[in-house]
Design a protein. Structure first.
Length: 192
C-alpha cells in the first residue's frame, strides 16, 4: 500500500487504507465526516438558494402588500363611514379609572368617544395634547390625545392652556398610572 492512500482510524487511531469501509483493527466504520458528504453539501446549497429566493420574493410581496394597502386606504377614505362618537367628560373617565382601572380599560379601550375637558398640555413638537377634568383645578391625570394630521395641529395652534375643548377620537390605551390615550380622528374644537 502507498502511504498517501492511508488514513488514521478515528476510533482506534491505527493506520488503515483510505478506501476501507471498516477498520481491520477495531471494526469501527470509516465514513467521511457529514460535512464532506455529497448529500449534505446539496442540502446546504438548496437552503442558501431558498433563502436568497425567499428574501427577494418577500420584498416583492411587501411592496405589493403596501400598494394594496394604499389602494384600500384610499378606497375607504373615499367612502367615509360615519363614526358614532359616545360623549363623555374627562371627569367621567377619571372617576371610572380611580374606581377600577381594569373595568375602565374594558369599558373605554377601542371606543370612539367625544370628550369635553380642559386643555392641560400642548406638546412643543405638535405630537399630542392633554386634557383633564374641568372641575378639578389640580388635575394632572387625564387623556393624552395624539395629533394625527396637519389640520389637527393647526387647530391646536389656536388654543391656549386652560381652554375648554372637545376632542373626538378612539381610545387606544388605558393605564392606571398615566391615564387614557386617544388617537384624534377629527379636528379638536373649543367648547361653547
Amino acid at each position: 500500500m502507498q502511504k498517501n492512500k492511508m488514513t488514521v482510524c478515528k476510533h482506534c487511531g491505527q493506520e488503515i487504507a483510505a478506501s476501507a469501509k471498516v477498520c481491520p483493527h477495531c471494526g469501527g466504520k470509516n465514513k467521511p465526516p457529514i460535512y464532506k458528504r455529497w448529500w449534505f453539501i446539496a442540502i446546504i446549497v438548496l437552503i442558501i438558494l431558498a433563502a436568497i429566493g425567499g428574501s427577494s420574493s418577500s420584498s416583492d410581496s411587501t411592496n405589493s402588500s403596501s400598494k394594496a394597502t394604499s389602494k384600500t386606504t384610499s378606497a375607504s377614505a373615499s367612502s367615509e363611514v360615519a363614526i358614532d362618537y359616545i360623549p363623555y367628560s374627562v371627569t367621567e373617565l377619571s372617576e371610572d379609572l380611580d374606581a377600577n382601572a381594569l373595568k375602565a380599560s374594558d369599558k373605554y379601550k377601542g371606543q370612539y368617544v367625544e370628550l369635553r375637558g380642559t386643555l392641560n398640555v400642548i406638546d412643543s413638537e405638535g405630537k399630542y395634547i392633554s386634557i383633564v377634568d374641568s372641575s378639578d383645578d389640580w388635575a394632572i391625570l387625564g387623556v393624552q390625545c395624539s395629533i394625527k394630521t396637519d389640520e389637527q395641529k393647526q387647530a391646536v395652534m389656536d388654543f391656549a392652556l386652560g381652554d375648554e375643548i372637545i376632542v373626538k377620537g378612539k381610545i387606544t390605551n388605558v393605564g392606571e398610572v398615566l391615564g387614557y390615550y386617544l388617537d384624534m380622528t377629527e379636528v379638536p374644537t373649543k367648547a361653547n
